[in-house]
Design a protein around this ligand. Structure first.
Ligand code: PLP
Length: 363
C-alpha cells in the first residue's frame, strides 16, 4: 500500500477534507493581523518576572491543579464565588476539551457565523456535526428567530457564542442570548476572549442558568504567547471536563508567568484602556474614508468593508503587505464577508502607519 493509500484508509474523511490552520508569515511587517497586544512590559517588571522564573523547578512536573494560578484568577479576574475553573492551553484547548467530552455519534455543535473558526474546525476533527446559523448580513447581529429554529431542528449539544464576536467585533443582543440559553437543550458557551475591551460580560449571569459556561483567555489581554484560557462554570460540569483535560496541560513557565502577570494586572488594564481609546480614533478615521465601511467594535480590532470602484480587498491586502502592514483579509472566508478586512488596533505609531498607507492606496 502506498503512503497515500494508507492515509486514505487510516485518516477520518472529515480530517482529510480539512486544511490546517494557517497564518501569514509577517516578515518585517507591522503585525495588525492577530489581535495581539502591541505593548511590551516596563523594564523593572520584566526583570522581576525573570527573577520569578529562575525559581521554577523545570525538572518537576507542573502542579496539575494549578492551585496558585487559579487563586490568582479568582482574585484578579472577578470570578464569582462558588464557580469552578478549568484551565486550558489557550481557550482553543478548552473548546477541544468540552467537545471531546460530548457524547453521541450525530451530536451537533452550533454557532452563529461568521465567527471564530476553531468551533467548526475542532467539532469536525472530533467527528461531531457543525451547524452554522447566519448572522444578519448587514449589521452582523444575532438572528434570534433563525437561532431558535436551528435549535429546534438540530438539538445542539453545545452552542458557542463569541461575545464580542470575532471577526465582526460586535456584541450580540443580551436579551437574544438569554433566550438562546433558555431554549438550548444542551450547553451554551459564551466566549469572552475580548473581555478586556468591553464592559459587557455574562459572568454575573452564571447563577441563573445551569447550562451556561463562560470561556476566557489571557491572550488578547497581552499574553498570547503563554497559552492560557479558562472556563468558568458550575462544579458539576467542570468536574466532567477535568477528566478529559491532560494533567499537565499548563506548563510550569506558563503557570508562574500568568500568576506574575495577574499580580501586575494594572499594567495590562492600562494597556487595554489605551487600546480602547485608540480603537475609537481608528474607527473615526476609517469612517471618514468614503469607500470604507467599518463596523463599530467592542474588541481590539475593527472589521471593515471596502467599496472601492477599482481596488478589491484582495488587492488592498497585498498592497498593504508589500508596504509593510499586515492585516487580515476576510474576503472569501464567508459569503457575509466579501470585500471585508480586519485590522487589529496596534500602538499609535502602527495605527497611523496603517492609516497613511491605506489612504495612499485608496486615492
Ligand atoms: C482569539 C480567540 C480565541 C483564542 O484564544 P486562545 O486562548 O489564544 O486560544 C478564542 N475565542 C475567540 C473568539 C478568539 O477571537
Amino acid at each position: 500500500m502506498s503512503t497515500e493509500e494508507q492515509i486514505r484508509a487510516l485518516i477520518r474523511p472529515e480530517v482529510l477534507e480539512l486544511s490546517a490552520y494557517k497564518t501569514v508569515d509577517p516578515g518585517d511587517c507591522i503585525k495588525l493581523d492577530a489581535m495581539e497586544n502591541p505593548y511590551s512590559w516596563p523594564k523593572p517588571m520584566t526583570e522581576a518576572w525573570l527573577d520569578r522564573l529562575r525559581m521554577a523547578s523545570i525538572n518537576r512536573y507542573p502542579d496539575p491543579a494549578a492551585v496558585d494560578l487559579k487563586a490568582a484568577l479568582y482574585k484578579y479576574q472577578a470570578i464569582p464565588g462558588g464557580k469552578e475553573l478549568l484551565l486550558g492551553n489557550g481557550s482553543d484547548e478548552i473548546i477541544q476539551i468540552i467537545l471531546t467530552a460530548i457524547a453521541g455519534d450525530g451530536a451537533v455543535v452550533m454557532a452563529p457565523e461568521p465567527t471564530f473558526v476553531m468551533y467548526r474546525q475542532i467539532a469536525i476533527t472530533l467527528g461531531l456535526k457543525f451547524e452554522g446559523v447566519p448572522l444578519d448580513p448587514v449589521d452582523f447581529s444575532l438572528d434570534g428567530q433563525a437561532m431558535a429554529a436551528a435549535i429546534e431542528r438540530h438539538r445542539p449539544a453545545v452552542i458557542f457564542l463569541a461575545y464580542p464576536n470575532n471577526p465582526t467585533g460586535n456584541l450580540f443582543d443580551r436579551g437574544t442570548i438569554k433566550e438562546i440559553v433558555k431554549l438550548a437543550p444542551g450547553l451554551v458557551v459564551i466566549d469572552e476572549a475580548y473581555a478586556p475591551f468591553t464592559e459587557s460580560s455574562f459572568l454575573d449571569q452564571l447563577d441563573l442558568y445551569e447550562n451556561l459556561l463562560i470561556m476566557r483567555t489571557v491572550s488578547k489581554l497581552g499574553l498570547a504567547g503563554l497559552r492560557l484560557g479558562y472556563l468558568v462554570g458550575a462544579r458539576l460540569w467542570i468536574e466532567q471536563f477535568e477528566k478529559v483535560r491532560l494533567p499537565y496541560n499548563i506548563n510550569v513557565l506558563s503557570q508562574f508567568s500568568a500568576e506574575f502577570a495577574l499580580a501586575n494586572h494594572s499594567v495590562f488594564e492600562a494597556q487595554a484602556k489605551q487600546i480602547r481609546r485608540d480603537r475609537e480614533t481608528l474607527f473615526r478615521q476609517l469612517v471618514a474614508i468614503d469607500c470604507i465601511d467599518p463596523l463599530p467594535s467592542e474588541a481590539n480590532f475593527i472589521l471593515f468593508r471596502l467599496k472601492h470602484p477599482l481596488i478589491g480587498s484582495d488587492e488592498l491586502f497585498c498592497k498593504l503587505k508589500d508596504a509593510g502592514v499586515l492585516i487580515k483579509n476576510m474576503n472569501g472566508s464567508s459569503p457575509h464577508l466579501s470585500g471585508c478586512l480586519r485590522v487589529t488596533v496596534g500602538d499609535q505609531e502602527e495605527n497611523s502607519l496603517f492609516m497613511t498607507r491605506l489612504t495612499e492606496m485608496l486615492v
